[in-house]
Design a protein around this ligand. Structure first.
Ligand code: NOJ
Length: 522
């Protein structure tokens, strides 16, 4: 029997941009609660909410100043309890975002740690002496550009930050820190949350000797400064696995199939280690291959095959098409192919994660220079690395500010919000939203789609076709990744969905058409 996180679909809410309830232009928990019925109608099973904890918002919540409370901009702990109860009452699970690699520099732990070299919390963060020339201890580079070491004049040492200097890395080799962070998981599990997405899990432990990272031979400046070196010694260290296994033991100690999802950007081979080899680790190490994929049938077939083959015994697959850090699918492949991509995401074998707004085909929104918010863009401007374009407010209807807020939205809405919104698409059978609802409904109805086996049928030219099978049920998915018609022979049976609507033609896939087909039992 499959668990909810295997057969179900996950929906990512970026809380600043989902729904504002108090007119400050920033989304909040009461706003999310007011929109839960959208998720029910869509047909997802769980929402993952990006960080909602007290934070100076240097990295919009990924700089946590208190792991066990809610930022007043988002509401209160009471609001969270209400949201959780309201979600559960609708059969929706709620996942929070655990940020264990680093805290905010405003966290009381860091304030203590930086107070003096002999403070009891000194070792909760990563402090090193300068190199002999007085410079940073090694050549490690922040993911947001520049040295990953910040000089602290008061205590005469550097501290390490893989992201902003306002996000000092925690020292997971320290047992007291480790215990305190495990208690954070318990705090939220005790409150009833159904699981966590774990931020940059593969970053959590660094090489004990802090050797220089090797230069990246493929580096070009337009990739962003972080790519000048390979993160060989600063990430993916063997010791991280015991920590992930401890988190898993905590999750497994609770009833009701709590789930852990790890954010890990690594080659497939290394990603698989995070399922756990000696002991179970995260249930779902996020699989970001589709987020980075070239939109080509053979390429997609090869990456699906590579991933399926690499899965360890019992390891459940998952797929992600978009998130709050990467360009939106509609901007990467265009509006028509975004429909085909939705069909791919929701028919592959494994748990899909849907990024808010993708269900109405939102595209990246151009942000005027004077409205840029993201520190990624502000630190390395003009490289196209900024994430504001994918974090713009959700358009709900054609009223002022798209029903998102009664105030001024923190980021601008896209130019087409008055027509591209949930209300407009909800009444249109041909809309992207209708397609998402249809596909999610099919996953619930057909075990072959939810949990069936996967077999590739064809990857030729623009056609990618595969089969999902469970018992006697056989579903064929055929996708045309190009704009021209392509010959494809569907078996005898019934069309369950087409990205183009209407009746697919026999023997041919129309341009930009994907079809889900229920084959008649032989
Ligand atoms: C990964 C998150 O997804 C991203 O938004 C954030 O900036 C970094 N981790 C740092 O927490």
């Amino acid at each position: 029997m499959a668990t909810w996180w295997q057969s179900g679909a996950i929906y990512q809410v970026y809380p600043r941009s989902f729904q504002d309830s108090d007119g400050d232009g920033i989304g909040d928990l009461k706003g999310i609660e007011a929109r839960l019925d959208h998720l029910v109608a869509l047909g997802v099973d769980a929402l993952w909410i990006s960080p909602i904890f007290p934070s100076p918002m240097a990295d919009f919540g990924y700089d946590v100043a208190d792991y066990c409370d809610v930022d007043p901009r988002f509401g209160t702990l009471g609001d969270f309890d209400e949201l959780l109860a309201a979600a559960h009452a609708r059969g929706l699970k709620v996942l929070l975002d655990f940020v264990p690699n680093h805290s905010s520099s405003a966290h009381p732990w860091f304030r203590e740690s930086r107070a003096s070299r002999d403070n009891p919390k000194r070792d909760w963060y990563i402090w090193r002496d300068p190199a002999p020339d007085g410079g940073p201890p090694n050549n490690w580079i922040s993911d947001f550009g520049g040295s990953a070491w910040e000089w602290d004049a008061v205590t005469g040492q550097y501290y390490y930050h893989a992201f902003l200097k306002e996000q000092p890395d925690l020292n997971w080799r320290n047992p007291a820190l480790r215990a305190a962070m495990m208690d954070v998981l318990r705090f939220w599990f005790d409150r009833g949350v159904d699981g966590f997405r774990i931020d940059v899990l593969w970053h959590m432990v660094k090489h004990a000797q802090f050797p220089d990272n090797p230069p990246n031979p493929a580096y070009r400046p337009e990739m962003g400064g972080m790519h000048a070196v390979l993160q060989l010694h600063s990430t993916d260290q063997p010791e991280v696995h015991a920590i992930a296994a401890e988190m898993r033991r905590i999750a497994d100690g609770y009833d009701g199939d709590r789930v852990l999802i790890g954010e890990i950007y690594l080659p497939v081979e290394r990603l698989m280690h995070y399922y756990g080899r000696e002991a179970p680790e995260v249930h779902l190490p996020f699989n970001f291959q589709l987020i980075e994929a070239t939109w080509d049938a053979r390429h997609l077939a090869a990456l699906i095959d590579e991933y399926e083959r690499a899965l360890p015994p019992g390891g459940w697959p998952n797929w992600v098409l978009g998130n709050h850090d990467r360009p939106r699918i509609a901007s990467r492949v265009g509006e028509r192919q975004a429909r085909v991509a939705a069909m791919l995401l929701l028919t592959l074998r494994g748990t899909p994660t849907i990024y808010y707004g993708d269900e109405i085909g939102l595209a990246d929104v151009a942000i005027p220079r004077d409205r840029v918010q993201d520190p990624r863009e502000l630190r390395e401007p003009g490289l196209g690395l900024g994430r504001d374009p994918v974090r713009t407010p959700m358009p709900w209807n054609d009223s002022e500010h798209a029903g998102f807020t009664s105030g001024e939205p923190w980021l601008p809405l896209g130019p087409d919000w008055s027509t591209r919104n949930v209300a407009a698409q909800g009444g249109d059978e041909a809309s992207m939203l209708a397609l998402y609802r249809r596909l999610l409904h099919l996953r619930r109805k057909h075990a072959a789609l939810a949990v069936g086996d996967f077999r590739l049928i064809e990857a030729e030219g623009d056609v990618l076709a595969f089969e999902r099978r469970h018992g006697d049920e056989r579903i064929v998915v055929a996708l045309n990744l190009g704009a021209e018609p392509q010959p494809f022979a569907l078996p005898e049976g019934d069309v369950l969905a087409s990205t183009r609507g209407g009746t697919p033609k026999s023997g041919v896939l129309r341009g930009d058409e994907g079809v889900v087909f229920l084959a008649r039992p032989a």
